[in-house]
Design a protein around this ligand. Structure first.
Ligand SMILES: Cc1cc2nc3c(=O)[nH]c(=O)nc-3n(C[C@H](O)[C@H](O)[C@H](O)COP(=O)(O)OP(=O)(O)OC[C@H]3O[C@@H](n4cnc5c(N)ncnc54)[C@H](O)[C@@H]3O)c2cc1C
Length: 406
């Protein structure tokens, strides 16, 4: 009999034969990397360990990247990952960007965010919304020497980003920008800024327009640099626009459709920041494992105590769960499938995992966890930003709740 009955309807029996044997079109595991992806991971890991690690403490103390390090990131090919080779870029995928940010953040999340904003926000937005003239003017430089920044937030508009007040008025073939942006990552290093302003505050989000503003444009200045708790080497500054004339040809996307540019970039960029948090958590666990295998108390390595082992095991499990969420969201994005809720879930989860992993590392280092001579207090400070930028944790929960209640 090949049907099973429930009294009122017959159901065809499922045939498991083909499913039981692994076959060519079986779905690969999310963490299975292609040969290219494995090579990329190895190269960036070597760079992070050899080139970045010796600079981490100094960059944190001085709150600055040496320009030579940024030049080396360009040389490595990680500042224009998705830029097509025809523009001088690396011709990679979004998933490649995610892997790079993970490996960099494992050693220094400040470097992770520099590279993340460049790739997953700025370049991503220009590739999708820039016309061919804008692409010609920006992409070859962004792939070879120029840093980019993404300027949406203002003093009055953070979570409620579209309440922004920076004005853009048309004057001949230019727009005149007036206003201030706050919290802009990469502002100190950037040559290109994607700036969101409103052409009509009464139109609400439908007035928002995205502009390309170049460093050196009269009326535009990078203002005060923030003195931060964590990711200190990454610059976070105010931008000031005072009668700043931007050619109308610098509108990115369509006039009044800047909200689409902003949302699309943020939704994708968020996955990169999740990866920054994942990298941080892995870095913290690496340090904790190494230290607990060396530090002796009660005549034994502290890693020999089951209480310590269980804490490490729980962190490793959380890291693996965060990795699966993030890799899934990134691969969905590369396949052109919806990923909004998945990205929000990654953000809330990975930022919490990072905070817990860094906190555990500090605990397991004991007194040494509390001083700057050891690397984990920095990771603890760095972890906090994951719950704030590119949409706070509450805003991510709002996105998830909206989806499940719809
Ligand atoms: C280091 C750093 C780098 C940054 N880089 C950039 C950048 O490159 N470009 C850029 O444009 N911006 C950037 N930002 C800004 C960042 O995105 C904002 O700080 C963030 O979106 C939060 O906005 P806010 O600071 O105004 O906080 P607020 O929006 O005032 O939020 C304060 C608190 O209220 C909660 N809250 C607000 N609204 C709700 C609600 N509806 N329901 C429940 N809770 C709510 C929030 O979750 C939060 O806990 C950066 C910020 C920092 C600190």
């Amino acid at each position: 009999m090949n049907v099973c009955g429930n009294g009122w309807r017959e159901w065809p029996m499922i045939t498991f034969g083909r499913m039981a044997t692994p076959h060519a079109d079986a779905v690969p595991s999310l963490t299975q990397l292609t040969e290219d992806e494995q090579l990329l991971r190895i190269s960036v890991r070597e760079f992070s360990t050899g080139r970045i690690r010796p600079l981490v403490r100094e960059m944190d103390e001085h709150a600055k990247f040496p320009r030579a390090l940024i030049d080396d990131l360009f040389g490595l090919g990680v500042m224009g990952i998705e830029i097509p080779e025809s523009y001088g870029g690396s011709g990679g995928t979004f998933f490649h960007s995610v892997l790079v940010v993970e490996e960099l953040s494992r050693v220094d999340p400040s470097v992770g965010v520099l590279v993340d904003v460049q790739n997953t926000l700025v370049i991503n937005a220009l590739l999708r919304w820039g016309n061919s003239d804008i692409k010609q003017r920006t992409l070859p430089k962004l792939a070879s020497k120029s840093v980019g920044a993404y300027a949406l937030s203002e003093a009055v508009s953070g979570s409620d980003a579209f309440a922004l007040q920076t004005r853009a008025g048309l004057d001949g073939d230019h727009y005149v920008l007036q206003g201030r942006k706050l919290w802009i990552t990469n502002a100190n290093e950037a040559d290109f800024f994607i700036v969101f302003a409103t052409i009509s505050p009464e139109a609400g989000y439908k007035g928002i327009t995205a502009f390309l503003v170049e460093r050196g444009t009269p009326g535009f200045a990078v203002g005060k640099k923030e003195d931060k708790l964590g990711i200190r080497a990454s610059s976070t500054c105010e931008l000031v626009f005072d009668q700043c004339r931007v050619p109308a040809a610098n509108v990115i996307g369509e006039v009044g459709k800047g909200y689409k540019v902003a949302l699309a970039a943020l939704n994708e960029g968020r996955i990169g920041l999740d990866e920054q948090m994942l990298g941080l958590a892995i870095g913290a666990l690496d340090h904790a494992v190494k230290y607990t295998k060396e530090r002796k108390q009660f005549g034994r390595n502290i890693a020999d105590f089951q209480g310590v082992q269980f804490q490490l095991a729980r962190t490793a499990t959380e890291i693996e769960a965060a990795r699966l969420l993030i890799y899934n969201a990134a691969r969905l994005r590369d396949q052109g499938k919806p990923f909004l809720t998945e990205a929000a879930m990654c953000k809330i989860f990975s930022s919490e995992v990072a905070e817990r992993a860094a906190s555990l590392a500090v605990n397991l280092f004991g007194g040494n966890g509390f001083v700057k001579e050891y690397p984990v207090e920095k990771l603890y400070r760095d972890a906090k930003i994951g719950q704030i930028y590119e949409g706070t944790s509450n805003l991510q929960l709002q996105t998830i709740a909206k989806q499940i209640l719809s």
